[in-house]
Design a protein around this ligand. Structure first.
Ligand code: C2E
Ligand code: MG
Ligand code: MG
Length: 569
């Protein structure tokens, strides 16, 4: 045994291994060439290591083998070392000789000692290096093998440090209707679709681009600026294979919030980027037509406004800053007041805030329910007062958000409020909008049925703009349909326009089914004529009155007549 040569090789091996630990990719070729020389020196025909993540994996034979040298001859094991690490991973190292050599030139004791040193050195490195990779995987990947948010944060920080964030784009996206995709093609195929979709995206992200999964079907990505157009097109819609052999694929589209990071941008805190893409994704998911929204200052202002509304609401409710405005409903045959709709206005520091600026925000939480009950209560107080003062009180409709449908005590709460103000039930009408889901539909049916029994009127608000089926009319005992103003012909719409035709037949159908029908948003004489020609007897709109303060409305209660003449045009 050439001692000198052995120790030189051992030293070279140690340098090659330890020198590379800090580097993520060791020079495997160099290491293997040294090990190969050592094997030959010891008359070995093969050397290998195997890494098992756990004792259980070892038992099942689920390890990762690395062969440093193999002459290809049939062989027998001559030495084997097995080490169990602190975290119970198992690493083995084995060396082999041809059967001939093992019998005729076996290893001497001295050779065994030397080989032992080499094998332990290799094992030490393998267990450390492999454990590092395992730990990295656990730390930066999720259970499905996608990169996780921690990876994203680290990547952002790295790119930021290199001052390369400016000009790139951050994206937060959600695969739309993915639950339906799973339902349609099965979970397993759904997993394949998700994997393939993300791999397809990864190929488009450009230099320094990454995509990481936040959980479920939510992802974040960083993308090179010049790749953004193709990435956005891909996210908007792309076909994804789930069975290449049979050419089976599904169309996947995403909702996404995109932040174009300005040139020269230096991130102080990852929250700056995350906040912006979360805000834009929320806007994209808020039911509008656009499913991909780019971050801009308006979005930020809108978000701040929303937070202000949410913050101020409880106090405003306590201070009774919300006022009931009444918009008259008119019988167009007689010109008489037939009822009113209660609409909310927020009086804040002498300024009126309109529902569009706060109702959608309150609808994101159950705050809207508090407001609706408040409105109902105040309407009841007004009606009670009119009755007590001997005024010709009319039925008032109160809007109830769909948010209430979750509330199993809803029916009782409504009745309790009306009764607590001692108002006869027929003076109250509840307006509800169409529903989207089966569950809501069932609740709606229960609530409307209950109100009907209690003698409270009910109407479908904004009829025709939601997603309801005709079952809504067949199965639920409404009193009235409020036909949405988008059905009213505008300007000089021809009689053959689809708006005109639908309007006519919706009214005819409602009447045929025995519903009372009211047209909302009547603004012109031409629209009024049309209502009369089509036997829609009730109307509400600026042509007659805007929503009025309670004082102004009370003047309408004493026999006011509206002009409802037919112009005959
Ligand atoms: P809505 O229930 O469909 O109320 C009718 C809306 O149409 C009212 O807007 C009304 O002012 C407006 N309008 C009436 N006539 C005309 C017209 O001739 N032309 C036009 N362009 N508009 C007309 P407003 O008061 O801004 O309320 C908007 C929406 O906010 C309401 O739509 C309703 O969905 C909601 N809302 C208002 N108050 C409440 C409330 O107390 N609770 C709930 N849940 N929602 C409310
Ligand atoms: Mg309404
Ligand atoms: Mg309406």
């Amino acid at each position: 045994m050439d001692n000198m040569r052995f120790f030189t090789l051992l030293e070279r091996l140690i340098v090659a291994l330890t020198g590379s630990v800090s580097d993520e990719s060791p020079d495997i070729d160099l290491v293997n060439s040294i090990l190969r020389e050592i094997c030959m020196m010891f008359r070995l025909c093969k050397g290998e290591t195997c890494f098992y993540e756990s004792v259980n994996h070892e038992r099942l034979g689920k390890g990762e083998k690395a062969v440093c040298y193999d002459s290809g001859e049939p062989c027998v094991t001559v030495m084997e070392i097995r080490v169990v690490t602190k975290v119970m991973a198992v690493v083995t190292c084995s060396v082999y000789m041809t059967k001939e050599n093992a019998e005729q030139a076996p290893l001497t004791d001295e050779e065994r000692e030397k080989l032992d040193i080499v094998m332990r050195t290799v094992l030490n490195f393998v267990s450390r290096g492999r454990l590092q990779t395992v730990v990295q995987r656990l730390a930066f990947q999720d259970d499905r093998g996608f990169r996780n948010p921690r990876f994203f944060q680290r990547h952002l920080a790295k790119i930021n440090e290199q001052q390369k964030l400016g000009g790139m784009a951050a994206i937060h996206f959600n695969l739309r209707h993915f639950a339906l995709v799973n339902q349609e093609i099965g979970r397993k195929a759904g997993d394949v679709v998700m994997r393939n979709h993300i791999s397809g995206l990864e190929r488009l992200l450009g230099t320094d681009g990454v995509v990481c999964r936040l959980g479920g079907d939510n992802f974040v990505a960083l993308c090179a600026g010049d790749c953004l157009d193709s990435v956005v097109a891909y996210l908007a819609e792309t076909p994804v294979f789930y069975d290449v052999n049979f050419g089976k694929r599904v169309r996947i589209s995403a909702s996404a919030g995109v932040y174009r990071i300005p040139e020269g941008f230096v991130m102080q805190d990852p929250g700056e980027i995350m906040d912006r893409i979360i805000t834009s994704l929320q806007a994209a998911r808020n039911g509008g037509k656009e499913h991909i929204i780019f971050y801009n200052d308006t979005l930020r202002e809108r978000k701040e406004k929303k937070m202000r509304v949410q913050q101020r609401f409880p106090e405003a409710l306590r201070n009774e800053e919300f006022k009931v405005y009444y918009q008259p409903k008119i019988n167009i045959l007689t010109g008489r007041l037939a009822g009113a709709e209660a609409l909310c206005r927020w009086e804040r520091k002498g300024r009126l805030i309109y529902p569009d600026d706060f109702i959608p925000v309150l609808e994101e939480t159950t705050d809207i329910c508090k407001l609706d009950f408040y409105m109902l209560d105040h309407v009841c107080q007004d009606i009670r007062r009119w009755l007590d003062e001997g005024k010709d009180a009319v039925r008032v409709s109160v809007n109830l958000s769909r948010r209430h449908m979750m509330d199993i005590d809803l029916l009782q709460t409504i009745i309790d409020i009306i009764d607590s103000r001692n108002v006869p039930h027929q003076y109250i009408e509840i307006e509800l909008t169409e529903t989207t889901t089966d569950v809501e539909f069932r609740d709606l049916k229960r609530v409307v049925g209950g109100l009907q029994q209690a003698g409270v009127f009910t109407s479908v608000d904004d009829f025709g703009v939601g997603y309801s089926s005709l079952n809504l009319l067949r199965e639920i005992p409404w009193n009235a349909l409020k036909v949405d103003r988008s059905f009213l012909p505008v300007g000089d719409d021809a009689e053959s326009s689809s708006r005109f035709v639908m309007f006519k037949y919706v009214i005819a159908m409602a009447k045929e089914l025995g519903f009372s029908c009211i047209a909302e948003g009547v603004e012109t004489q031409r629209q009024l004529d049309l209502l009369r020609d089509n036997h829609c007897d009730l109307a509400q709109g600026f042509l007659f009155d805007r929503p009025l303060s309670v004082e102004a409305f009370e003047e309408r209660l004493s026999g006011h007549r509206y002009s409802v003449e037919h112009t005959g045009k």
